[in-house]
Ligand binder design. Sequence first.
Ligand SMILES: Cc1cc2nc3c(=O)[nH]c(=O)nc-3n(C[C@H](O)[C@H](O)[C@H](O)COP(=O)(O)OP(=O)(O)OC[C@H]3O[C@@H](n4cnc5c(N)ncnc54)[C@H](O)[C@@H]3O)c2cc1C
Length: 143
Amino acid sequence: MTYDLIVVGGGPAGLAAAHSAWQKGLKHILIVERDKELGGILNQCIHNGFGLHRFKEELTGPEYAGRFIEMLKSTEVQVMLDTMVLEINKDHQVHVISAEKGYQVLEAKSIVLAMGCRERTRGAIGIPGDRPAGVFTAGSAQR
Ligand SMILES: Cc1cc2nc3c(=O)[nH]c(=O)nc-3n(C[C@H](O)[C@H](O)[C@H](O)COP(=O)(O)OP(=O)(O)OC[C@H]3O[C@@H](n4cnc5c(N)ncnc54)[C@H](O)[C@@H]3O)c2cc1C
């Protein structure tokens, strides 16, 4: 089957893109998320302050993600969790891998990239030396 849309990444951007595409009339939509749950970085953001614009109330990151996940339940948007996108080629083929289903090649008429960004480690930004014990990136500490 060729999907109308494959969204790579199930963080807030990917969830909103998939929901919006469904509202605009696309039918065969798939979100591919490498993590075991949807929400992306929101799942680390346990403080409140989210949702003021979108839902007119203060929510934590996981609560905000939960609202979108609930909204998706009323659609036929499909989700593949624990699945990593390895490659996308010019023919709109999306190569994915998961422990459960192995290597698959998916086809899509259109693709949205919503993979967010990652905090770089000290090695990646070229700071020499060792990391003092107990010092984590903000993301690791919040997790
Ligand atoms: C520590 C920290 C604190 C933050 N605090 C706040 C805050 O207080 N308020 C605020 O407004 N914002 C905050 N942010 C920023 C906010 O979390 C981000 O702006 C937001 O999460 C970005 O959403 P996104 O969907 O673009 O990316 P992400 O949330 O990063 O989601 C991207 C998703 O794509 C998935 N993915 C990536 N590559 C692949 C692949 N190859 N295959 C499959 N899946 C893939 C990832 O697993 C992830 O789930 C914080 C960010 C961090 C790191």
